[in-house]
Design a protein around this ligand. Structure first.
Ligand code: NAP
Length: 237
């Protein structure tokens, strides 16, 4: 991994925490963003923590500057921070809709926008956006979440076209249901129901997310851009 500097947002959460830990065994430097909760992976020479509310563009631009100050460069941005509030569309409050959009869609846009000048100057960079199968299939009670994650796929496609000539690739990973993070808020009986709908018959493991990102950010990944790669155990193809 050649001492790549990887900025992972939402590193205090289930998926962000799991992929941070997996990356920490590689030859990389990790800039781990959190907001309200602590990051479990401890700081060391190659691991630093950065607090930021990513819904605030100023905090995002300052975050990019702080990471550059600490590590001198950024090679990979993983837009992983996200929220999901369950409610039927007709009961979804405007505040909940706006918060979901702000974290799931505005924040990846702000981060991409503010890291791009650095990526363009060095003519390389990788952006990975974490989206969801729910954007592709819809799911009852997830209007704001599904819309925000579908927006992220559109953002991925446009950024890929704008940035590929500068040596920057932008891809999305559309995750099915995984055994960490948000799933912990889902009641056990609903989890069972969900698992029954997955052709693989089980929840996903963050290792597959880690390995897919590792491949996308490797030299072999330099011709792959604008793609939404599905990691969902056969739930949607
Ligand atoms: N787990 C799954 O099965 C699954 C499936 C499909 C897609 N995904 C996607 O995977 C990503 C990670 O999900 P997860 O399961 O790990 O969820 P999670 O455990 O709830 O973690 C969410 C993360 O987002 C951060 N965050 C929330 N609001 C923020 C804000 N305003 N500014 C900065 N950071 C903020 C949280 O930071 P703090 O806790 O520090 O506030 C936390 O680190 C999300 O984009 C989610 O949509 C997950």
């Amino acid at each position: 991994m050649d001492q790549k500097v990887i900025l992972i947002t939402g590193a205090s959460g289930g998926m962000g925490g799991a992929i941070s830990t997996l990356f920490s065994t590689e030859n990389v430097k990790l800039a781990l963003q959190y907001n309200r909760n602590k990051v479990k992976l401890e700081t060391c020479e190659n691991v630093a923590h950065f607090q930021a509310d990513l819904t605030d563009e100023l905090q995002v631009s300052e975050l990019i500057e702080r990471v550059l100050l600490k590590f001198g460069r950024i090679d990979v941005l993983i837009n992983n921070a996200g929220v999901s509030h369950s409610a039927m569309s007709w009961k979804t409050e405007a505040s909940s809709w706006k918060e979901t959009m702000a974290i799931n869609l505005d924040a990846p846009f702000f981060l991409s926008k503010h890291v791009t000048p650095h990526f363009r100057a060095k003519k390389s960079g990788r952006i990975i956006n974490i989206t969801s199968v729910v954007a592709q299939t819809g799911f009852v009670g997830t209007a704001a979440y599904a819309a925000s994650k579908a927006g992220l796929i559109g953002l991925t496609k446009t950024l890929s076209k704008e940035l590929v000539s500068s040596g920057i690739t932008v891809n999305a990973l559309a995750l099915g249901y995984f055994n960490v993070g948000m799933i912990e808020d889902v009641p056990a009986d609903l989890q069972e129901q969900i698992i029954r709908t997955i052709p693989a018959g089980r929840l996903g493991d963050p290792k597959s997310v880690f390995k897919t990102i590792k491949w996308l950010v490797s030299d072999e990944g330099d011709y792959i851009t604008g793609q939404t790669i599905n990691l969902n155990g056969g739930l949607y193809s």
